[in-house]
Design a protein around this ligand. Sequence first.
Ligand SMILES: [Zn+2]
Length: 333
Amino acid sequence: MFTAATSPWIPPRPTPEILKVDPALVPEYMTWFVNRRAYTRQSNTPNPDNQRYYYYQPKERLTKKRLALDASTVRKHLSGLQTIGLYAINPETQRSKWVAIDADYQRAHRDLAALKLELKEDGVEAALEMSRRGAHLWILCEEPLPANDCRTYIYNLALRLGVPIKGTLNQLDGIEIFPRQDELREGEFGNAIRGPLGVHRANMHRYWFEDAAPDLKSQFAYLRRVRRLTAEELSTFIEGLSIPEEFQSRPKIEQPAVPFESGRGFQILDHVQVKRKASNNWWTQCPSCAKQGHDRSGDNLAISVGDPRFYKCWAGCTKEMIRDALGVPIRQR
Ligand SMILES: [Zn+2]
Protein backbone atom coordinates (compact mmCIF):
# COMPACT_ATOMS: atom_id res chain seq x y z
CA MET A 1 0.00 0.00 0.00
CA PHE A 2 1.17 3.50 -0.74
CA THR A 3 2.57 5.46 2.15
CA ALA A 4 4.63 8.61 1.92
CA ALA A 5 7.29 7.10 4.15
CA THR A 6 8.02 4.00 2.06
CA SER A 7 7.44 5.36 -1.45
CA PRO A 8 9.30 8.59 -2.01
CA TRP A 9 8.27 10.31 -5.21
CA ILE A 10 10.77 9.69 -8.01
CA PRO A 11 10.57 11.97 -11.02
CA PRO A 12 9.68 9.99 -14.15
CA ARG A 13 12.62 9.18 -16.43
CA PRO A 14 12.44 10.95 -19.77
CA THR A 15 11.96 8.58 -22.71
CA PRO A 16 13.54 9.10 -26.12
CA GLU A 17 11.59 9.50 -29.32
CA ILE A 18 12.19 6.23 -31.17
CA LEU A 19 12.57 6.73 -34.91
CA LYS A 20 12.03 4.26 -37.73
CA VAL A 21 15.36 3.72 -39.45
CA ASP A 22 15.65 2.78 -43.09
CA PRO A 23 18.22 -0.08 -42.99
CA ALA A 24 19.85 1.36 -46.13
CA LEU A 25 21.14 4.27 -44.03
CA VAL A 26 23.15 2.02 -41.73
CA PRO A 27 26.01 1.01 -44.08
CA GLU A 28 26.38 4.65 -45.12
CA TYR A 29 26.71 5.74 -41.52
CA MET A 30 29.29 3.02 -40.91
CA THR A 31 31.28 4.06 -43.98
CA TRP A 32 31.44 7.62 -42.74
CA PHE A 33 31.95 7.19 -39.01
CA VAL A 34 33.10 3.71 -37.94
CA ASN A 35 36.90 3.40 -37.76
CA ARG A 36 37.06 0.11 -35.88
CA ARG A 37 34.59 -2.42 -34.55
CA ALA A 38 35.37 -1.77 -30.88
CA TYR A 39 32.88 0.71 -29.46
CA THR A 40 31.32 2.00 -26.27
CA ARG A 41 27.73 2.22 -25.14
CA GLN A 42 26.23 4.89 -22.92
CA SER A 43 24.63 3.60 -19.76
CA ASN A 44 20.85 3.99 -19.44
CA THR A 45 21.14 4.70 -15.74
CA PRO A 46 23.33 7.23 -13.99
CA ASN A 47 26.26 6.35 -11.78
CA PRO A 48 24.79 6.63 -8.26
CA ASP A 49 27.87 8.47 -6.98
CA ASN A 50 27.87 11.40 -9.37
CA GLN A 51 24.75 11.00 -11.53
CA ARG A 52 26.86 10.83 -14.70
CA TYR A 53 25.93 8.62 -17.65
CA TYR A 54 29.12 6.75 -18.38
CA TYR A 55 30.17 5.01 -21.56
CA TYR A 56 31.40 1.44 -21.18
CA GLN A 57 32.66 -1.26 -23.55
CA PRO A 58 29.80 -3.74 -23.95
CA LYS A 59 30.78 -7.36 -23.42
CA GLU A 60 29.15 -10.68 -24.15
CA ARG A 61 27.47 -11.85 -20.94
CA LEU A 62 28.96 -15.32 -20.71
CA THR A 63 32.33 -15.10 -22.42
CA LYS A 64 33.09 -11.51 -21.32
CA LYS A 65 34.39 -10.92 -24.83
CA ARG A 66 34.09 -7.38 -26.14
CA LEU A 67 31.20 -7.01 -28.57
CA ALA A 68 32.01 -5.85 -32.09
CA LEU A 69 29.95 -3.05 -33.56
CA ASP A 70 27.50 -4.36 -36.16
CA ALA A 71 24.75 -2.97 -38.35
CA SER A 72 21.96 -3.86 -35.95
CA THR A 73 23.63 -1.90 -33.12
CA VAL A 74 24.14 1.11 -35.37
CA ARG A 75 20.47 0.90 -36.33
CA LYS A 76 19.46 0.88 -32.66
CA HIS A 77 21.68 3.93 -32.11
CA LEU A 78 20.01 5.83 -34.94
CA SER A 79 16.55 4.81 -33.78
CA GLY A 80 17.27 6.02 -30.24
CA LEU A 81 16.99 2.63 -28.51
CA GLN A 82 20.61 2.81 -27.40
CA THR A 83 23.53 5.18 -27.73
CA ILE A 84 27.02 4.28 -28.86
CA GLY A 85 30.39 5.98 -28.66
CA LEU A 86 32.82 5.70 -31.58
CA TYR A 87 36.61 5.48 -31.42
CA ALA A 88 38.60 7.80 -33.63
CA ILE A 89 41.63 5.72 -34.52
CA ASN A 90 41.94 2.45 -36.38
CA PRO A 91 44.93 0.86 -34.61
CA GLU A 92 46.10 -0.93 -37.75
CA THR A 93 46.49 2.25 -39.77
CA GLN A 94 46.66 4.95 -37.04
CA ARG A 95 44.13 6.81 -39.18
CA SER A 96 40.68 8.26 -38.72
CA LYS A 97 37.78 8.86 -41.07
CA TRP A 98 36.88 12.03 -39.20
CA VAL A 99 38.00 14.73 -36.85
CA ALA A 100 35.64 15.89 -34.13
CA ILE A 101 36.07 18.94 -31.95
CA ASP A 102 34.16 18.67 -28.69
CA ALA A 103 33.40 21.79 -26.66
CA ASP A 104 31.13 22.03 -23.65
CA TYR A 105 32.25 25.08 -21.69
CA GLN A 106 30.84 28.58 -21.35
CA ARG A 107 32.25 30.06 -24.56
CA ALA A 108 31.95 26.79 -26.50
CA HIS A 109 29.55 28.02 -29.17
CA ARG A 110 31.57 31.17 -29.88
CA ASP A 111 34.83 29.21 -30.15
CA LEU A 112 33.31 26.52 -32.38
CA ALA A 113 31.80 29.18 -34.64
CA ALA A 114 35.25 30.80 -34.94
CA LEU A 115 36.83 27.42 -35.77
CA LYS A 116 34.13 26.63 -38.33
CA LEU A 117 34.72 29.97 -40.05
CA GLU A 118 38.50 29.57 -40.04
CA LEU A 119 38.12 26.04 -41.49
CA LYS A 120 35.90 27.50 -44.22
CA GLU A 121 38.72 29.90 -45.11
CA ASP A 122 40.79 26.78 -45.83
CA GLY A 123 37.93 25.36 -47.90
CA VAL A 124 37.09 22.78 -45.22
CA GLU A 125 33.40 22.29 -44.51
CA ALA A 126 32.71 21.37 -40.88
CA ALA A 127 29.35 20.07 -39.67
CA LEU A 128 28.10 21.39 -36.34
CA GLU A 129 26.15 18.96 -34.18
CA MET A 130 24.59 20.19 -30.96
CA SER A 131 25.36 18.37 -27.71
CA ARG A 132 24.01 18.45 -24.18
CA ARG A 133 26.24 21.22 -22.88
CA GLY A 134 27.80 22.53 -26.07
CA ALA A 135 28.42 21.10 -29.50
CA HIS A 136 30.60 18.84 -31.63
CA LEU A 137 32.18 20.09 -34.83
CA TRP A 138 32.77 17.25 -37.33
CA ILE A 139 35.11 17.17 -40.30
CA LEU A 140 34.65 14.18 -42.58
CA CYS A 141 37.63 12.88 -44.53
CA GLU A 142 37.53 11.62 -48.09
CA GLU A 143 39.67 8.67 -46.99
CA PRO A 144 41.07 7.77 -43.54
CA LEU A 145 43.82 10.29 -42.69
CA PRO A 146 46.69 9.98 -40.16
CA ALA A 147 45.52 10.87 -36.63
CA ASN A 148 48.74 12.75 -36.03
CA ASP A 149 48.24 15.02 -39.09
CA CYS A 150 44.59 15.71 -38.22
CA ARG A 151 45.60 16.76 -34.71
CA THR A 152 48.48 18.91 -35.94
CA TYR A 153 46.09 20.81 -38.21
CA ILE A 154 43.42 21.49 -35.59
CA TYR A 155 45.90 22.31 -32.82
CA ASN A 156 47.56 24.97 -34.93
CA LEU A 157 44.21 26.34 -36.07
CA ALA A 158 43.07 26.66 -32.46
CA LEU A 159 46.35 28.28 -31.42
CA ARG A 160 46.07 30.81 -34.23
CA LEU A 161 42.54 31.74 -33.10
CA GLY A 162 43.36 31.75 -29.41
CA VAL A 163 40.80 28.99 -28.79
CA PRO A 164 41.74 27.17 -25.56
CA ILE A 165 42.59 23.47 -25.74
CA LYS A 166 41.58 21.46 -22.68
CA GLY A 167 44.42 19.98 -20.67
CA THR A 168 47.14 22.16 -22.15
CA LEU A 169 48.80 25.13 -20.46
CA ASN A 170 46.68 24.35 -17.37
CA GLN A 171 43.47 24.96 -19.33
CA LEU A 172 40.58 23.35 -17.47
CA ASP A 173 38.11 24.50 -20.09
CA GLY A 174 38.70 24.23 -23.77
CA ILE A 175 38.12 22.17 -26.86
CA GLU A 176 38.96 18.48 -27.04
CA ILE A 177 40.21 17.17 -30.35
CA PHE A 178 39.30 13.65 -31.45
CA PRO A 179 41.48 11.72 -32.25
CA ARG A 180 42.78 12.47 -28.75
CA GLN A 181 46.03 10.57 -29.41
CA ASP A 182 48.63 10.94 -32.17
CA GLU A 183 48.77 7.18 -32.33
CA LEU A 184 47.56 4.16 -30.41
CA ARG A 185 49.92 1.75 -28.73
CA GLU A 186 49.25 -1.96 -28.65
CA GLY A 187 46.01 -2.77 -26.89
CA GLU A 188 44.89 0.86 -26.62
CA PHE A 189 41.53 2.21 -27.77
CA GLY A 190 41.98 5.91 -27.27
CA ASN A 191 38.88 7.97 -26.53
CA ALA A 192 35.39 7.53 -27.94
CA ILE A 193 32.86 10.25 -28.68
CA ARG A 194 29.07 9.91 -28.94
CA GLY A 195 28.18 8.69 -32.42
CA PRO A 196 26.48 11.46 -34.42
CA LEU A 197 22.68 11.62 -34.40
CA GLY A 198 22.53 9.68 -31.13
CA VAL A 199 20.31 10.30 -28.14
CA HIS A 200 21.99 11.44 -24.92
CA ARG A 201 20.80 9.01 -22.23
CA ALA A 202 20.75 11.65 -19.48
CA ASN A 203 17.99 13.77 -20.97
CA MET A 204 16.97 11.37 -23.80
CA HIS A 205 17.40 14.23 -26.20
CA ARG A 206 18.57 13.69 -29.77
CA TYR A 207 21.09 16.15 -31.16
CA TRP A 208 21.02 17.06 -34.84
CA PHE A 209 23.38 18.78 -37.25
CA GLU A 210 22.35 22.40 -37.29
CA ASP A 211 22.51 22.88 -41.05
CA ALA A 212 19.78 20.37 -41.91
CA ALA A 213 16.18 19.73 -40.90
CA PRO A 214 15.78 17.62 -37.73
CA ASP A 215 14.87 14.29 -39.34
CA LEU A 216 17.06 11.37 -40.39
CA LYS A 217 16.37 11.71 -44.11
CA SER A 218 17.42 15.37 -44.24
CA GLN A 219 20.39 14.80 -41.95
CA PHE A 220 21.72 11.98 -44.14
CA ALA A 221 21.16 14.02 -47.29
CA TYR A 222 23.16 16.82 -45.67
CA LEU A 223 25.98 14.48 -44.57
CA ARG A 224 26.20 13.11 -48.12
CA ARG A 225 26.71 16.66 -49.41
CA VAL A 226 29.28 17.84 -46.85
CA ARG A 227 32.59 18.39 -48.59
CA ARG A 228 35.25 15.88 -47.51
CA LEU A 229 38.76 16.84 -46.42
CA THR A 230 41.29 15.31 -48.80
CA ALA A 231 44.74 13.88 -48.02
CA GLU A 232 46.31 16.44 -50.33
CA GLU A 233 44.62 19.38 -48.59
CA LEU A 234 45.61 18.15 -45.16
CA SER A 235 49.25 17.73 -46.10
CA THR A 236 49.28 21.27 -47.51
CA PHE A 237 47.69 22.67 -44.34
CA ILE A 238 50.23 21.09 -42.00
CA GLU A 239 53.36 21.70 -44.06
CA GLY A 240 56.08 22.85 -41.67
CA LEU A 241 53.75 22.58 -38.67
CA SER A 242 53.99 20.36 -35.62
CA ILE A 243 52.27 20.15 -32.28
CA PRO A 244 54.28 22.22 -29.79
CA GLU A 245 55.64 20.03 -27.01
CA GLU A 246 53.71 21.84 -24.29
CA PHE A 247 50.52 20.88 -26.11
CA GLN A 248 51.36 17.22 -26.48
CA SER A 249 49.37 15.42 -23.89
CA ARG A 250 48.30 11.85 -23.59
CA PRO A 251 45.27 11.43 -21.40
CA LYS A 252 46.54 9.90 -18.17
CA ILE A 253 45.97 6.25 -17.36
CA GLU A 254 44.22 6.00 -14.05
CA GLN A 255 45.72 3.83 -11.36
CA PRO A 256 43.56 0.69 -11.31
CA ALA A 257 41.83 -0.16 -8.07
CA VAL A 258 42.83 -3.39 -6.37
CA PRO A 259 39.90 -5.75 -6.87
CA PHE A 260 38.17 -6.84 -3.67
CA GLU A 261 38.24 -10.52 -4.47
CA SER A 262 42.03 -10.60 -4.57
CA GLY A 263 42.21 -10.41 -0.80
CA ARG A 264 44.16 -8.33 1.63
CA GLY A 265 47.64 -9.72 1.09
CA PHE A 266 50.49 -7.94 -0.66
CA GLN A 267 49.25 -5.92 -3.66
CA ILE A 268 51.83 -4.64 -6.10
CA LEU A 269 49.32 -1.99 -7.25
CA ASP A 270 49.56 -0.44 -3.79
CA HIS A 271 53.26 0.17 -4.44
CA VAL A 272 53.74 1.17 -8.06
CA GLN A 273 52.10 3.70 -10.38
CA VAL A 274 51.10 2.06 -13.65
CA LYS A 275 52.08 3.82 -16.86
CA ARG A 276 50.11 2.12 -19.57
CA LYS A 277 47.84 -0.79 -20.37
CA ALA A 278 48.53 -3.22 -23.19
CA SER A 279 47.91 -6.91 -23.92
CA ASN A 280 45.88 -7.36 -20.74
CA ASN A 281 48.74 -6.10 -18.57
CA TRP A 282 49.54 -2.89 -16.79
CA TRP A 283 53.10 -1.82 -17.53
CA THR A 284 55.46 0.21 -15.42
CA GLN A 285 59.03 0.51 -14.23
CA CYS A 286 60.35 -2.53 -12.36
CA PRO A 287 61.34 -1.37 -8.84
CA SER A 288 64.23 -3.83 -8.71
CA CYS A 289 65.58 -2.81 -12.12
CA ALA A 290 65.19 0.87 -11.13
CA LYS A 291 67.24 0.28 -7.97
CA GLN A 292 70.08 -0.97 -10.17
CA GLY A 293 69.74 2.02 -12.47
CA HIS A 294 68.05 0.01 -15.22
CA ASP A 295 64.66 0.16 -16.93
CA ARG A 296 64.95 3.82 -17.89
CA SER A 297 62.05 3.44 -20.32
CA GLY A 298 59.96 2.27 -17.38
CA ASP A 299 58.15 -0.69 -18.87
CA ASN A 300 59.84 -3.85 -17.65
CA LEU A 301 57.18 -4.76 -15.12
CA ALA A 302 53.96 -6.36 -16.34
CA ILE A 303 51.00 -6.69 -13.94
CA SER A 304 48.05 -8.83 -14.93
CA VAL A 305 44.92 -6.70 -15.40
CA GLY A 306 42.68 -9.68 -14.68
CA ASP A 307 44.46 -10.60 -11.46
CA PRO A 308 47.00 -8.05 -10.25
CA ARG A 309 48.49 -10.56 -7.81
CA PHE A 310 50.46 -11.78 -10.81
CA TYR A 311 53.35 -9.65 -12.00
CA LYS A 312 56.59 -10.28 -13.84
CA CYS A 313 59.77 -8.39 -14.68
CA TRP A 314 60.75 -9.01 -18.28
CA ALA A 315 64.41 -8.27 -17.46
CA GLY A 316 64.38 -11.29 -15.16
CA CYS A 317 64.16 -9.85 -11.64
CA THR A 318 62.68 -12.39 -9.26
CA LYS A 319 59.65 -11.76 -7.08
CA GLU A 320 62.00 -11.68 -4.08
CA MET A 321 64.13 -8.95 -5.69
CA ILE A 322 61.07 -6.85 -6.54
CA ARG A 323 59.63 -7.18 -3.02
CA ASP A 324 63.03 -6.31 -1.51
CA ALA A 325 63.28 -3.23 -3.71
CA LEU A 326 59.84 -2.12 -2.52
CA GLY A 327 60.86 -2.53 1.10
CA VAL A 328 58.26 -5.27 1.68
CA PRO A 329 60.35 -8.44 1.49
CA ILE A 330 58.68 -11.83 1.21
CA ARG A 331 58.83 -13.44 4.64
CA GLN A 332 60.86 -16.62 4.88
CA ARG A 333 58.86 -19.41 6.43
ZN1 LIG B 1 63.39 -5.89 -13.06
